[in-house]
Design a protein around this ligand. Structure first.
Ligand SMILES: O=C(O)CCC(=O)C(=O)O
Length: 391
């Protein structure tokens, strides 16, 4: 059996001593004095572009010591947060999506939610609870497959799409305690089917149907957001270009024996326009940062947790806030979620809507194209892409 070891440890402790020989950057053979071979797996390859060999699910099932690369570093976690509060489940706003077309007060609630929290729990959104359960079921069936079976869909080293854990871009990057299946879901002609699970057999059918429903909801939310600012209702959608794009991230968080030492996902805001999160039905873990405190996002039956991404923060010239959020894990239960990131057409640039730029409210952001690479390079270094877009 192999053990996971950090590159720094190999370089600083083992390699320097001269007792050991590096056979390859993936497998280190350590020649001990008794000539026994011990094989280690490196957490990162020399070019820093390689992911770990083992998925977090496998590490969690077979590790008596937490691999260093997962241990949280305070300085990566928004060190300006001095007051990390208890989670306060009742505060995240709840919005009745069915009222947004007709009720001014619900529209005001939406505006208030998105200008303060940046997120809300959407209820009465028109997707049946039984269908949401079906989406949860296909996700769970996939993650329950054997490691060997899941690895058929393993992502390539330098690309995000497929099954795997964090893409490793630097030696010092802390890894998230999560495995993911990351897929382009829209436009359909850009789906890379080699990464779509064949098992369960209805995976694609269920996910396609879910994404079609979310695409419609995304349009309704974007129109409502525009109307809440007294803007023409298509002003955000007009920046979408001819086709919208949508990425799906199926997140699997295994239980962790050291829940205080790791994060399921590091603090970040999303590079999307709008993100729709289907939470686990039983296990919480998501927290949102507001006023210097982390607030737990509770499970509201059949609700979808919606947050605005950095692209809407830019389009709204900073009025809507893309919230910083993170994920905690726990020692007892696995947690499975599905995040759908709705975005303008790939490579389409976005910028603040004209009607929001005045002498009193000057333009805060440049027009930018949010490529996936641009976003993840910033994310892995604990930085927000939107900060690079400020004027
Ligand atoms: O799993 C969650 O609760 C949130 C996931 C998330 O933030 C993400 O996938 O970007």
């Amino acid at each position: 059996m192999s053990r996971v070891i950090s590159e720094d440890k190999v370089k600083n402790e083992y390699f320097k001593s001269g007792e050991y020989k590096i056979q390859s950057w993936r497998h280190i053979c350590v020649h001990k004095s008794d000539h026994k071979l011990v094989e280690y797996q490196l957490g990162v390859a020399p070019e820093n572009h390689e992911s770990m060999n083992n998925q977090v699910q496998e590490i969690a099932a077979d590790c008596d010591q937490l691999p260093e690369r997962f241990i949280r570093k305070e300085d990566e976690e928004y060190s300006n947060i001095t007051n990390v509060g208890e989670s306060c489940p009742t505060k995240i706003p709840v919005i009745d999506v069915s009222l947004l077309a007709s009720s001014h007060s619900e529209l005001d609630k939406l505006k208030s939610a998105v200008t303060t929290w940046g997120c809300f729990q959407a209820i009465n959104h028109g997707i049946e609870g039984s269908f949401l359960d079906k989406v949860r079921e296909v996700s769970k069936l996939f993650f329950n497959l054997s490691a060997q079976e899941k690895k058929k869909y393993l992502r390539e080293e330098d690309s995000l799409e497929g099954y795997g854990n964090d893409m490793v871009l630097s030696d010092h990057q802390t890894l998230d305690w999560t495995d993911r299946l990351y897929l382009t879901v829209l436009p359909q002609d850009q789906q890379k089917l080699q990464f779509w699970p064949q098992n369960p057999t209805n995976f694609r059918e269920v996910v396609d149907e879910y994404c079609t429903k979310i695409e419609l909801m995304n349009e309704a939310i974007l129109k409502a957001l525009a109307r809440s600012l007294n803007l023409e209702e298509n002003c955000f959608l007009d920046q979408y270009g001819t086709t919208s794009s949508m990425m799906a991230r199926f997140n699997y968080y295994p239980p962790c024996s050291w829940p205080d030492k790791v994060l399921g996902v590091k603090p970040h805001s999303d590079g999307s326009a709008v993100t729709f999160l289907l939470q686990d039905k039983e296990v919480e873990g998501l927290q949102v940062l507001k006023d210097g405190q982390w607030f737990g996002v509770p499970i509201v039956p059949d609700a979808l947790t919606i947050n605005v991404g950095e692209q809407i923060e830019i389009m709204s010239n900073g009025i809507f806030k893309s919230p910083i959020h993170r994920v905690l894990v726990n020692s007892k239960n696995q947690r499975i979620t599905l995040a759908l990131f709705c975005m303008p057409q790939t490579e389409k640039d976005v910028g603040p809507v004209d009607g929001l730029i005045t002498d009193d409210t000057p333009r805060l952001y440049k027009n930018v194209t949010f490529s996936v690479d641009f976003y993840f390079k910033n994310y892995q270094q604990g930085m927000r892409s939107i900060d690079a877009c400020k004027i």
